[in-house]
Design a protein around this ligand. Structure first.
Ligand SMILES: Nc1ncnc2c1ncn2[C@@H]1O[C@H](COP(=O)(O)OP(=O)(O)OP(=O)(O)O)[C@@H](O)[C@H]1O
Length: 279
């Protein structure tokens, strides 16, 4: 089945975000963003610094109101923190409760959403096993390394069985080796649980390695500038995949698009004006 034939999980429809920045002033961070995420897709979102990646993710997760436009999850309009979405942030240290064990941290969203106790225990066990932390359930977050803490945050997201998993620069704060391990872990989890993932990253190589599709944002005020299919084999390996000729081509393509985004404000939405202004 092709991507287009699969049901749409997440619909982002002309989302605009204008921040009120003080006495009568405002800043349009996101202009008009439209894309669909289909069931089981893994998409990465890249773009210049300040292009609105975090703003967009917060709007999608229902943590921030859009100024206009709509986010629809499984056919329901998102108007607040949505039950079917889980978010993994960069700051794992702040997203886990230090006074709770690993198990209790993973269990918390299940408990608050009223999942029966027996089922909760099973889901927590499965999720911790998926991230290779089945022996660490009784530990506290502060007894774990940064990479392990981020795996707990991922386990918590997996346990809640979200329709869509949102990840905002989740590996930016860990060392290179841990990052590579976590990338492989997320791809394994994605395939095992047939998840739908939207992953924000600064790192172009990471976006190509992880995703099936890379969405490139323009600079602010932001629109989707490019939607690039990553036609690499499903089985990926840090050494083999990253040294493949096709990987280099895709990386170069995404890199060029991001460079273009940095220097061509409004080039996509208003090409005529851009051409005139730079003629
Ligand atoms: N609360 C706010 N009030 C006003 N402007 C804001 C606010 N939050 C973000 N912005 C502005 O909106 C734009 C987009 O910010 P955002 O953090 O979403 O970008 P980003 O692509 O995630 O950035 P980075 O890649 O550097 O993390 C930036 O110009 C930022 O200064």
């Amino acid at each position: 089945m092709t991507r287009a034939q699969k049901p749409v999980r997440l619909k982002v429809d002309q989302v605009q975000k204008i921040y009120q920045t003080g006495a009568g002033t405002e800043f349009e961070a996101v202009r008009s963003l439209t894309f669909d995420l289909h069931d089981g897709e893994f998409a990465c979102l890249v773009g210049p610094s300040g292009s609105g990646k975090t703003t967009l993710l917060k709007c999608i997760a229902g943590l921030m109101r859009t100024t206009s436009g709509e986010v629809v999850l499984d056919g329901q309009s998102v108007n607040g923190p949505a039950k079917g979405m889980a978010v993994v942030f960069q700051e794992y240290g702040r997203s886990l409760f230090p006074w709770m064990t690993v198990e209790a941290n993973v269990d918390l969203p299940l408990k608050t959403s009223g999942v029966p106790k027996m089922e909760r225990a099973e889901r927590v066990r499965d999720a911790l096993e998926s991230v290779g932390l089945d022996k660490a359930g009784a530990k506290y977050p502060w007894q774990l390394s940064g990479g392990m803490q981020q795996r707990v945050a991922i386990a918590r997201a997996v346990a809640s069985q979200p329709s869509v998993l949102l990840m905002d620069e989740p590996f930016a704060a860990v060392d290179a080796q841990t990052r590579a391990d976590l990338e492989d872990l997320v791809r394994r989890i994605w395939r095992k649980h047939n998840m739908t993932i939207l992953f924000v990253t600064h790192d172009i190589d990471e976006s190509v390695y992880l995703a099936e599709r890379v969405l490139v944002l323009s600079s602010s005020p932001t629109v989707i500038q490019n939607d690039i299919e990553i036609d690499l084999p499903q089985e990926r390996d840090q050494l083999v995949t990253r040294s493949a000729a096709r990987f280099a081509e895709l990386r170069a393509e995404v890199y060029e698009r991001v460079q273009f985004a940095k220097t061509n404000i409004h080039a996509v939405v208003e090409p005529a004006r851009f051409t005139e202004a730079h003629a």
